[in-house]
Design a protein around this ligand. Structure first.
Ligand code: NOJ
Length: 530
């Protein structure tokens, strides 16, 4: 059976506002993307995911949608979308659009109608409730962006639910008008030729009907309140029927379209990634640089999805998390580790999502507080800096104003020297991070038909991970000193220039990874550092 196109594909996430600006307003746009699609093709990706580009007051940079079937004028118009899609398809790139079904903008006509009168029928499409006491919200649920998940409506009579910013009221999916409208929206973009959807906050659409107080959980990773099965307000059974219906819709197109869910906890993936619901859900590896933790994370996601046709969708970065180079140590060490991590993850069976700028080794950008725009920064009164640092526009050309992103100062300031990492500068340097990404994606493509969907961990010294997948052996050294392993393969690709293989022994510099191609059966590794 030939595999569907998305199996083991590499996706590239385009953060629309920060990819490329075509009209000199300092904000990325659809024509800017269209004219830079070759970069993504040359990188070797198979598909792109476009973050929301719909009309929006931009209170959460597009994740607050006021019209799901149009384009925000600052990003272009529907014809620009059609041109982008046509060009992407010419370049053999599929295009996923981002659907935001959990909440609308407070400027969406439904919400605007809902707050006009206490008996307006549109109120049923959101969650309005009476306060517990005159000043206390209806329950103790908290917003992911800080503070209570409830705000008083302008008339002051009732409160409405928002798991994110107050400008993002949550939809009431128990009301049949809501699923019906989203089916229309799916058809709108699929009829235009979109190849599928990335589904925002995919597990949270239905809230517990009783709206009862819940135990209060804080994520050990972010220090923020988080969605969890224990939180028990989400993952409600009717959601699966919604996704069954969406899968039928996706299957009604030729070739079938795909659905990728943003579902935070891999332990929940198995209930969604089944043949009649979603195709994929992100497995975000967010661990610090430690071999045992990475192995646990990889195994956790693999164990979660073992059925036929299911496999993890690996990702190291997106527009919500600190950039990997910084997270993994910063500077040259962080960059070396991020290059190694790419090889570790690209060797695994399953899909891979890259986030724009990973291929340039961009770091999380620091910026003065007055330049910050993320609602998380404002909702937490600056206690949390928010996500702006990973959203700074891409540097395209060295020596040009604003690094070739725009003729105007970009919407988020670029750090000094950002243009040294520009695409054109890195394309010309054989050992650049960009060149490494291109080589790695090309090697993966080259091997793709020969790699089974199974890996086996190989014995390796502590602090080193090694696995085999058919003829491919992947080894990653998490240590801050070199390691030597006898793995029995020929060196194919390495993240560090000094990696070498001689007489069956692989020399792996600190914080580096390599791919070998099997030439003989493995022997026991020689443990240790050199
Ligand atoms: C997840 C998105 O990735 C994030 O950027 C957004 O703020 C929230 N969902 C709310 O839509």
């Amino acid at each position: 059976m030939p595999q569907p196109w998305w199996r083991n594909a590499v996706f590239y996430q385009v953060y629309v506002r920060s990819f490329a600006d075509s009209d000199g307003d300092g904000i990325g746009d659809l024509p800017g993307i269209t004219s830079h699609l070759e970069h993504i093709r040359d990188l070797g990706a198979d598909a792109i995911w476009l973050t929301p580009f719909y009309p929006s007051p931009q209170k959460d940079h597009g994740y607050d949608v006021s019209d799901y079937c149009d384009v925000n004028p600052e990003y272009g118009n529907l014809e620009d979308f059609d041109r982008l899609l046509a060009r992407a398809h010419e370049l053999r790139l599929k295009v996923l659009v981002d659907i935001v079904p959990n909440h609308t903008s407070d400027q969406h006509p439904w919400f605007q109608a809902a707050i006009t009168a206490p008996d307006n029928p549109f109120r049923e499409r959101y969650h309005f409730a009476n306060p517990k006491t005159a000043e206390a919200p209806p329950n103790n649920w908290t917003s992911s962006f800080g503070g209570p998940a409830w705000s008083r409506e302008p008339s002051g009579k009732q409160w409405y639910l928002h798991l994110f910013a107050p400008e993002q009221p949550d939809l009431n999916w128990w009301n049949p008008a809501v699923p019906k409208e989203f089916e229309r929206i799916l058809h709108f973009w699929l009829d235009r030729g979109a190849d599928g959807f990335r589904i925002d906050v995919a597990a949270a659409l239905f809230k517990r009907r009783d709206l009862a107080d819940r135990p209060f959980l804080i994520s050990p990773v972010t220090g923020m309140p988080h969605f969890d099965s224990d939180f028990a307000i989400i993952d409600q059974p009717p959601l699966h029927d919604v996704y069954r219906r969406w899968r039928q819709i996706a299957n009604g197109y030729e070739p079938a379209r795909v659905l990728v869910g943003e579902i935070f906890d891999p332990r929940h993936h198995a209930q969604y990634i089944v043949p009649d619901q979603l195709h994929m859900a992100f497995a975000l590896i967010h661990q610090r640089w430690n071999a045992a933790l990475w192995k646990r994370s990889i195994d956790g996601s693999r164990r979660a999805l073992q059925g036929p046709g299911a496999g993890p969708t690996w990702t190291l970065a997106n527009h919500d998390v600190v950039r990997p180079v910084t997270r993994l140590g910063g500077g040259s060490v962080g960059r070396a580790r991020a290059r190694a991590a790419l090889l570790l993850v690209l060797g695994l069976p399953g899909q891979v999502f890259l986030y724009q700028g990973e291929e340039l080794g961009l770091e999380e950008a620091d910026m003065p507080d007055p330049a910050r725009q993320d609602p998380i920064f404002f909702r937490t009164a600056g206690r949390m800096k928010g996500r702006d640092g990973c959203r700074v526009p891409l540097p395209w050309r060295r020596g040009e104003p604003n690094a070739g992103f725009s003729t105007a100062p970009p919407w988020l300031p670029m750090p000094a020297g950002w243009d040294r990492l520009a695409v054109d500068a890195q394309a010309a340097a054989a050992n650049s991070t960009l060149a490494h990404f291109r080589r790695a994606l090309a090697a993966r493509k080259e091997l793709s038909g020969r790699l089974p969907d199974r890996i086996t961990w190989l014995p390796a010294p502590e602090g080193v991970l090694a696995y085999e997948r058919g003829p491919l052996i992947v080894a990653c050294n998490f240590l801050s000193r070199a390691a030597r392993l006898r793995l029995g393969g020929r060196l194919e690709l390495a993240s560090a220039p000094l990696a070498a293989e001689k007489e069956g022994i692989l020399h792996l510099p600190a914080n580096s990874a390599a791919w070998l191609l099997r030439v003989a059966r493995p022997q026991m590794p020689v443990a240790g550092a050199s």
